[in-house]
Design a protein around this ligand. Sequence first.
Ligand code: SAM
Length: 399
Amino acid sequence: MSRILWIVCTASYAYRRYQDAEPLGSRYDTTYLPTETATSSPTLIITSRKGRSRTRLLGGLMDKEYISEVRGDTTMADSLLSRTSEALMGLIDPWLFLKLSASFIPSTISHIFHTRPFLSALRIVLFSPSRFREAWFGQFWSVAGPNVRDGAKMRVLPLLDGRTTGGRVVDVSTGPGIGGVVIEIGAGSGLWVDVFSNRHLEWKCGAGERTAGEGEGKEREERENGVASARTEITRVYGIEPNPAHHHALRHAVEDAGLQGIYEIVPVGIEDLSPSSSSRRKKWDGSIEPGSVDCIVSVLCLCSIPDPRQNIHELYELLRPGGRWYVYEHVKVRYSWYMRLYQRFLNIFWPRFIGGCELCRPTEQTLRETGPWAKIDVAQVVEEPWYHCVPHILGVFTK
Ligand SMILES: C[S@@+](CC[C@H](N)C(=O)[O-])C[C@H]1O[C@@H](n2cnc3c(N)ncnc32)[C@H](O)[C@@H]1O
């Protein structure tokens, strides 16, 4: 009985916190957060129809609780209750993400009918689930993607600068940053394209980052501490992106970053890069020679490729000896049997709503087994809590 009472109290407390939650930046100065405490989880700000409740999802509450603890304005009971509510929110958040994705179905249908002849649009909506899913994910990611990027940039930018080890970001260089010939897998709508601009040779945060208070503060702090980027010049980037719904935005991102002539959009999936692929020639005339690539960057995309073992092996072959594969991917839960079970249950729905993204992939293991690797410095992000249904790995494989 007391357990039921506890669950009801906690649930109602969690619900109240959920209603009260605000975007982090609106009340707190996030630049005071040490790196270890910042969450890597995808974050999302939703404004309700009434325009009142604004909620930062998938990790936002965790940040907020942490800050209030640092400020010393929580009691022990409050802290215990809030931690439990965090855990509950951690379990509920992915469902809200799915709900958000579902809310884009009507606008996707409307977009398809506005941009195509009626019969062709009808055919896609009624008889072509894969093309509909591409269009749907394109619509969804144009809104959710920038927020996910905001949550991930505190890890991804240092990763590409060669400043991660053991699944955490550090202030010293632990290896080379990206440079030379680069493959960006699953470039999406180009949210990371500016990162490949050589402006980042000087300082990692480009103009876009500076507008986001957090990036600005961190950048200033790092400059004062003498944390420099270990990058070399990027001479070529192949942005692999099969979903045509992203190409328009991706092209714009390339132009905005001044990367014309350096960044080439490759409009096929990585399974079609291999010279033996029959469909490749129809869609892309170029080729990437085995052993010619200095760096591969994969950010939240190996969850969507069709045959991880085979595709990852083919990409491995493209890397030169000494080449590096920078990884920030979400992976299968490892913590406990009940979270594994929960993730599997969630994964019944997740790929259908999130563009074919699979939650339960053992991506780190697949990459390790693809070797031989000369060096591996990849681990699960250390500060992610046990109730994280979408845990990440972070680090670099060196061939
Ligand atoms: C979750 S999105 C991430 C996009 C981007 N990396 C970002 O962080 O904004 C996953 C991306 O992988 C792409 N993708 C799906 N199948 C792929 C394949 N076979 N080869 C390469 N990319 C693929 C999707 O089209 C999508 O753009």
